[in-house]
Design a protein around this ligand. Structure first.
Ligand SMILES: Cc1cc2nc3c(=O)[nH]c(=O)nc-3n(C[C@H](O)[C@H](O)[C@H](O)COP(=O)(O)OP(=O)(O)OC[C@H]3O[C@@H](n4cnc5c(N)ncnc54)[C@H](O)[C@@H]3O)c2cc1C
Length: 458
């Protein structure tokens, strides 16, 4: 570390950032967690209505549990599956309130720049590695410069969703129609129910977030007549990875894919596969989503679009840090081949730590969800192992830094073949691509129904 008396700054008070702080404390080091949102677990809070696919036993970190248990915390049932909101309420919030961590977390503190003191990115010299970091923080409308001995960026990717456009950029018209386009997983059975009930919604994306959105809309459709669901995939349907089903080591995750696939096969959800989006425009009350199905152009009329096409890391505040990132995945070159979805259909990744996460900038790491760059398969348990290893390295315990402490559950679809080949064997018989023209329906149900206990608008 550059300067012993300075804190180790952690960017983001998500599950991995807080775990990092716990491991640093256990090593006698001094963490300072800076969180942009008004509360810890701010990103998890945003998907609080979603039930997690991993049970509690995979969702808590060992060093954090030790801090909680010292305060008499009763661990939740290890086999139960919490929602995101329960993860915050029953784990992250009590963890942040422990005497050990309280006072080491600043909320409402957004990191907008990180650099090495007196060194721009270009400036070499023996002094570079010895210089502390300078972290620019926006808090309450003011900007402050803090110094840090080391920095662990655990800021996640929730704030930078991928757009709907075919080319990885926003499609023309996408920004202009933003009022009717949601990114991520809106709470369609709860707070956003009135928006989606009775409407025709196109879900864009193929991962777990898209599956969650489609399943929630399907539940809504059972209760709200006229609710229709289109699901747009980049790939032909026979190349879509719906997961390992019963073979998945995480039963809930396997079931998520199986249920989503069943909805497509039953026709309850209309698959547009492949469908690449070129333009989104308004036509009267409808949104017209124009795209291509292989070599044909097509237009689909809907009321709403949910883009659940994954996320990308925000590298904007790391412009002065010397990063080494794989050009496709935007993870470190050592990690990228382990998680590249072009090479792996599955998402089972061997545990890794400080060595794989290292950048040319000594004393700087990206950990947690953001460390996976654009790859979609991150598990919290992986992040806990990452920060355990980084904390060990910062304490100079290189033996512990290199150890692997984790067995991850299998996804049940593991292969290192190309995805298109690998998924053909686990997705059942190939489906013919379907393309439909759908007339827009009235945008919204009548008076906003009250969300019920389970979040359904009924
Ligand atoms: C819907 C959904 C369901 C998931 N379910 C599971 C599951 O069942 N099991 C599992 O293991 N994983 C799951 N994941 C994946 C992953 O484990 C979670 O996303 C997890 O929250 C990642 O933790 P993190 O701490 O790396 O990032 P985050 O939880 O995203 O936390 C990052 C924090 O950094 C803050 N931040 C961002 N930018 C800044 C900044 N510039 N300055 C300061 N603070 C900043 C954010 O506000 C946020 O609080 C799921 C992900 C999603 C999206």
């Amino acid at each position: 570390m550059a300067e012993g008396s300075l804190p180790v700054v952690i960017v983001g008070a998500g599950p991995v950032g807080l775990a990092g702080a716990s491991h640093l404390l256990a090593r006698g080091l001094s963490p300072l967690v800076l969180e942009a949102g008004p509360e810890v677990g701010h990103a998890v809070h945003a998907w609080g209505h979603v039930r997690m696919f991993s049970p509690w036993r995979y969702n808590t970190d060992a060093a954090s549990r030790a801090l909680l248990e010292a305060e008499g915390w009763a661990a939740p049932d290890p086999e139960a599956y919490p929602t995101g909101a329960e993860l915050v309420r029953d784990y992250l919030a009590p963890l942040a309130a422990t005497p050990a961590l309280r006072g080491r977390i600043r909320t409402g503190a957004k990191v907008v720049g990180i650099a090495r003191r007196d060194h721009g990115r270009l400036h070499d010299g023996a002094s570079r590695d010895a210089a502390p970091f300078v972290v620019h923080v926006e808090e309450g409308g003011a900007m402050e410069a803090l110094e840090a001995a080391a920095v662990i960026d655990c800021s996640g990717t929730w704030g930078a969703p991928n757009p709907a456009g075919a080319h990885g950029m926003m499609a023309p018209g996408e920004a202009a129609q933003g009022a009717r386009i949601a990114y991520g997983i809106p709470d369609v059975l709860g707070t956003a129910c009135a928006t989606y009930a009775g409407a025709t919604t196109m879900v864009v994306g193929a991962g777990h977030s898209a599956m969650n959105a489609v399943l929630d809309l399907a539940t809504l459709a059972e209760q709200a007549p006229g609710t229709r669901i289109l699901w747009a995939f980049r790939r032909p349907l026979d190349a879509v990875n719906f997961g390992g089903g019963a073979r998945d080591g995480l039963a809930q995750r396997g079931e998520l894919g199986s249920r989503a696939q069943a909805l497509v096969e039953s026709g309850a959800v209309t698959a547009l596969a492949p469908f690449l989006i070129d333009r989104i425009a308004q036509d009267g009350a409808a949104l017209v989503v124009a795209g291509r199905q292989e070599d044909r152009t097509a237009e689909v009329r809907v009321d709403r679009v949910i883009v659940a096409a994954g996320f990308r890391p925000d590298l904007s505040f790391l412009r002065e840090i010397r990063l080494s990132l794989d050009p496709a995945v935007e993870a470190t070159p050592a990690l990228a081949p382990l998680i590249d979805p072009n090479l792996h259909s599955c998402g089972t990744v061997r545990p890794h730590g400080e060595a794989e996460l290292r950048h040319p900038e000594a004393g700087f790491w990206i950990a947690g969800l953001k460390s996976y760059g654009r790859a979609p398969t991150f598990l919290m348990a992986t992040g806990y192992e990452q920060v355990r290893s980084i904390a060990a390295a910062l304490a100079g315990d290189w033996v512990a830094a290199r150890e692997v402490h984790l067995e991850l559950p299998e996804t049940g679809v593991c292969s290192t073949e190309q995805v298109a080949e690998a998924t053909g064997s686990c997705c059942g018989p190939a489906k013919q691509p379907v393309l439909v023209e759908v007339a827009a329906t009235a945008g919204c149900c009548a008076p906003a129904p009250k969300p019920q206990a389970k979040g359904c608008c009924g």
